[in-house]
Design a protein. Structure first.
Length: 328
């Protein structure tokens, strides 16, 4: 018997990432090739955006995806999020010329407060939320805080792009296959302060740290390359990463919903105090997933260099959190 369809909301559906992700969700790459989906697509109530969204929907229709059993365009989160099982919050306000960080945080706080409240009011009580729109961790924190009737653990932020970037850099450095790398971890904020940590990583059981054996490369090449990759892509393309961001969002939701078979992945999730990260901080942690639930990989030793990196990214997140506290 075929599975009952699930409702998937995507915000910013007519944007760059929207265009790169919707076709993959509809083809079953996110939730499985046996899982029918209904898409609930949210865009701003602006004629140009709504018209562009209609165009994307025409293309989705033209793909005749067997798993796509329904789709609707929306301009109000209260209708877009009705009964949704999964919500990918991609649309957000980008930083404009001369815009201060505080101003960016404030305009996004408004968007994610409204969307958190709408999820709280109308989404499935089990909705799983991924925030992609930047600043992703703080936007996810705002949405979580605005949805007190939903489980905190169901709000997550996207660190998977940093995780995947780190895997590729390590594969290139070691000359080994990405698929053979296990136990990668990325800690903290989706920003250049994130700490991509390969101390526990293995390739066919061998330690990646021992294989590379170069702390200077770690501190002065690897970490800045992964941390500043978003900016490097903007410099090269003129616009920010979209296909790789969409791919990371697919990976994040896929693994959360369908499990990781014991493999570690990175998710931005609300802390419960693990590794000394204050409760509720939306922080990148290594996790494993089984049956729609994630579990933090606990008990990893944190050396002095790692602690310094973790403290730095935590400090930035706490400053972002403090910057929006009066709006929550
Ligand atoms: N967490 C991560 O790893 C990454 C995050 N991003 C972030 O993802 C976001 C989206 O990126 P793109 O698709 O390239 O941007 P884009 O500008 O191409 O598209 C964003 C879309 O969101 C819509 N939008 C804005 N506010 C909205 C709201 N309140 N409700 C519904 N829709 C809304 C806009 O009309 C626009 O169509 C940006 O904030 C970007 O910085 C991008 C790459 C990686
Ligand atoms: O840097 C940006 O603006 C987009 C982004 O988050 C990334 O590519 O990691």
């Amino acid at each position: 018997m075929s599975k009952k369809p699930v409702r998937v909301a995507v915000t910013g559906a007519a944007g760059q990432i929207g265009y790169a992700i919707l076709f993959r969700i509809a083809s079953g790459e996110m939730l499985g090739k046996d899982q029918p989906v209904m898409l609930s697509l949210l865009e701003v109530p602006v004629e140009k955006a709504q018209q562009a969204l209609q165009g994307v929907m025409m293309e989705l229709q033209d793909c005749a995806f067997p798993l796509l059993v329904g789709m609707q365009a929306h301009s109000d989160p209260m209708t877009a999020f009705k009964d949704v099982d999964y919500a990918l919050l991609i649309g957000s306000r980008p930083r404009g010329p001369g815009m201060e960080r505080a101003e960016l945080l404030a305009v996004n706080a408004e968007i994610f407060t409204a969307q958190g409240k709408a999820l709280n009011a109308v989404a499935s009580r089990d909705v799983r939320v991924l925030v992609v729109g930047n600043p992703a961790n703080t936007n996810a924190y705002i949405a979580m805080k605005s949805a007190p009737d939903l489980p905190r653990k169901n709000f997550t932020a996207m660190l998977r792009l940093d995780h995947n970037r780190a895997l590729s850099q390590l594969a290139t450095k070691t000359g080994k296959a990405v698929a053979d790398i296990e136990k990668m971890a990325v800690w903290g904020n989706h920003s250049p302060t994130m700490y991509a940590d390969y101390r526990f990583a293995t390739i066919n059981g061998e330690s990646v740290k021992d294989m590379i054996n170069d702390q200077d490369w770690n501190a002065n090449t690897f970490l800045p390359t992964v941390g500043k990759r978003g900016a490097a892509i903007i410099a090269a393309r003129g616009v920010s990463s979209a296909a790789s961001a969409a791919n990371a969002a697919i990976d994040h939701m896929h693994d959360w919903a369908l499990g990781t078979n014991g493999k570690w992945v990175t998710m931005g999730i609300p802390s419960n105090g693990e590794y000394g990260i204050p409760k509720d901080t939306m922080f990148g942690f290594p996790v494993t997933c089984v049956n729609g639930e994630y579990t933090i990989v606990e008990g990893l030793p944190i050396d002095a260099f790692s602690q310094e990196c973790i403290n730095k990214t935590l400090k930035e997140l706490q400053e972002e959190q403090a910057g929006v506290a009066h709006l929550l």
